[in-house]
Design a protein around this ligand. Structure first.
Ligand SMILES: C[S@@+](CC[C@H](N)C(=O)[O-])C[C@H]1O[C@@H](n2cnc3c(N)ncnc32)[C@H](O)[C@@H]1O
Ligand code: SF4
Length: 386
């Protein structure tokens, strides 16, 4: 039985679903923009959607906002300003809350960075992927390396907090090439780096026609070591499987996800997770942008609102929590599930299994993967499946 002493922190995710062109590796809910985007209409739909969610979160403050995509930087600064002021008029966003926006390094977008800052964005997350023209072409990116560099430099001039997304494990990528990418990223002065291993996601162009020259598992393992060993001495701590931050610069929003906090999700295809007195629900919005906007007007933007069953809680909690290199305090289980660890026999049994297999640390205060558990994270997470 779930019974909360207090509800967990609440974040807000806002999805803007358009891109200039669909990248062949990407399975995010993103759609090629056809002609001019009806930005004002979409912002209105988002705010109506937010209003419809208010009864689920009455009075709770928002600790972080994340405007993701798609490519949110396709929206004009004025649209982002209207969105953020509309959000603030409807929910209490805590003073100093982290407000992240994702941006692509296209030239016309860089010219808008200052406008995004004035609109209230205080953290920019830039999709660099690579500083190598050959790789950027293979990845089907609309920008080249010079534009990536220019965008990254402009971002750190304008924002105190900047994340750069990079990918490794690219076709024919060598360790020296990856080293060069990292050196270039480090020179920019960002506060946060996300280094993702390129994965072949189902239903993408790459899944049907994978590029030639992808590294094997041993090469990938060497690359991961190179990333961690190169960034560490420059003050970037690996705090999550793919996330590296300078001191005090962790992404508040993502840490809230990874520690099973609550979040409202508005926008096409957005997911949410909301706790109330005796249950936790997951929500999902209509995926296609037009269907979503039409749905909002009819009060039917949400396609599903499902409770998380008690039996699924261990997997739901561990799936993200064990991605954190330092793990999650055991006390967080009670805070976010409303249950004592000892009241969940399946959890207790699986914790022992994971420890016996050497994948979970034997630490009474923290659920934390061992170094081997981090390497075999999928196996560790699967132990908690019910
Ligand atoms: C939603 S995208 C947002 C950023 C922005 N639209 C862009 O692409 O520049 C978030 C990030 O996920 C990463 N990503 C997307 N698909 C991936 C894949 N198949 N494998 C690894 N990383 C991926 C990319 O680094 C990307 O920047
Ligand atoms: S990677 Fe970014 S730019 Fe490319 S399709 Fe996905 S969301 Fe759009």
């Amino acid at each position: 039985m779930m019974a909360f002493d207090a509800l967990p922190e609440l974040s807000l995710y806002v999805h803007l679903p358009w891109c200039v062109r669909k990248c062949p590796y990407c399975d995010f809910n993103s759609h090629e923009a056809q002609g001019d985007l009806a930005q004002a209409e979409y912002v209105q739909a988002l705010l109506l959607d937010l209003e419809s969610e208010l009864p689920q979160v009455w009075g709770r403050p928002i600790i972080s906002v994340f405007i993701g995509g798609g490519t949110p930087s396709l929206f004009a600064p004025q649209a982002i300003a209207d969105l953020l002021s509309g959000i603030r008029a409807r929910v209490r966003v805590l003073p100093g809350a982290e407000i992240t926006m994702e941006a692509n390094p296209g030239t016309f977008e860089v010219a808008r960075f200052e406008g995004f800052r004035q609109a209230g964005v205080n953290r920019l997350s830039l999709g660099i992927q690579s500083f190598d023209d050959r790789q950027l072409r293979v990845l089907g990116r609309v920008h080249d390396a010079a534009q990536a560099m220019h965008a990254a430099r402009s971002a750190v001039e304008i924002f105190d907090r900047v994340n750069l997304d990079l990918m490794f494990g690219l076709p024919d990528q060598t360790l020296p090439e990856l080293q060069r990418e990292l050196t270039q990223a480090l020179a920019i002065g960002a506060t946060h780096l996300s280094c993702y291993q390129l994965t072949m996601e189902p239903n993408t162009m790459f899944a049907t026609r994978p590029p030639a020259g992808l590294p094997d598992d041993d090469q990938l393992a060497d690359m991961q070591v190179l990333v961690t060993d190169t960034l560490g001495p420059h003050g970037f701590e690996r705090y999550e499987i793919s996330a590296f931050s300078k001191t005090g610069a962790r992404c508040v929003h993502n840490v809230n996800y990874w520690t099973f906090g609550d979040y409202l999700g508005i926008g096409a295809g957005a997911h949410g997770k909301i706790s109330s007195a005796d249950r936790i629900e997951r929500t999902l919005k209509r995926r296609h942008p037009q269907a979503y906007q039409d749905g909002v007007l009819r009060g039917e933007a949400t396609v599903s609102r499902e409770p998380i069953g008690v039996s699924s809680l261990p997997f739901e909690f561990m799936l993200n929590g064990l991605r954190l290199v330092h793990g999650v305090p055991v006390a967080r289980w009670r805070q976010t599930t409303g249950m004592a660890v000892g009241d969940h026999p399946f959890l207790l049994e699986r914790l022992s299994t994971a420890q016996e297999q050497g994948l979970l640390a034997r630490d009474p205060g923290v659920f934390r993967a061992t170094p081997r558990g981090l390497e075999l994270l999928n196996d560790l997470q699967a132990i908690f499946l019910n």
